[in-house]
Design a protein around this ligand. Structure first.
Ligand SMILES: [Ca+2]
Length: 205
């Protein structure tokens, strides 16, 4: 009886944590990127990656100076589904070459078709290892009017901090950006909970 209970509970737990993801960009190539305000040097790194055949790498030259900002943009005509309303979070992997400077992914901005912006500021990294951020879409803060997630137009990523000097000779990597759904209990998971309750009831009898 205990074995049945354990198997049922494990099956329910496994199904409860299942979620779906839609890849926004693999960064195996840079064809989906429209790179503006470019001062860093962007390339595909086929050696340092967490997914597929490569990651996006941005190298910051010493001469970049202060006040620089680096952006790359997607548009709905290129890569991702404009309707994000069924997704709950945006995840990405990032890595920095060192912790001495401020070079990193600093801010992500989502724009809708009417032109409203909502932003999320990432925290300063504490490790040079690959780190995954999984950002709830509800954690993005709108500039003024709330963004309509049924008609997302563009995604912008700002590298390094605004109005802060670039220390130079640093690199930032970005890989495997995905949209994720909220894990929801499936019918099998609910069945598992029901069976568990039934087993407990029988045990009491
Ligand atoms: Ca990749």
């Amino acid at each position: 009886m205990k074995k049945i209970l354990l198997v049922t509970t494990l099956a329910a737990a496994g199904l409860c944590t299942r979620s779906q993801a839609l890849q926004v960009d693999s960064f195996d190539n840079l064809s989906n990127l429209a790179w503006t305000d470019q001062q860093g040097q962007m390339s595909v790194d086929t050696a340092v990656k967490v997914e597929g055949t490569g990651s996006m790498r941005v190298d910051f030259p010493t001469a970049a100076g202060a006040g620089g900002a680096w952006w790359d943009d997607w548009t709905t005509s290129k890569d991702f589904n404009a309707n994000w309303s069924s997704f709950s979070s945006l995840s990405l992997w990032t890595k920095v070459s060192d912790l001495a400077g401020t070079e990193r992914i600093d801010q992500i901005t989502i724009w809708d078709i009417p032109g409203h912006a909502t932003r999320y500021n990432l925290t300063q990294p504490t490790t040079t290892a690959w780190t995954q951020f999984n950002i709830p879409l509800s954690s993005f803060i709108a500039d003024n009017v709330a963004v309509d997630f049924t008609q997302v137009k563009a995604l912008q990523i700002k590298f390094t901090t605004w109005d802060t000097a670039v220390t130079g000779s640093s690199s930032v990597w970005l890989d495997n950006m995905q949209l994720n759904t909220v894990p929801e209990p499936s019918a099998f998971a609910l069945l598992g909970v029901g069976l568990t309750a039934l087993l407990k009831f029988r045990k009491k009898q």
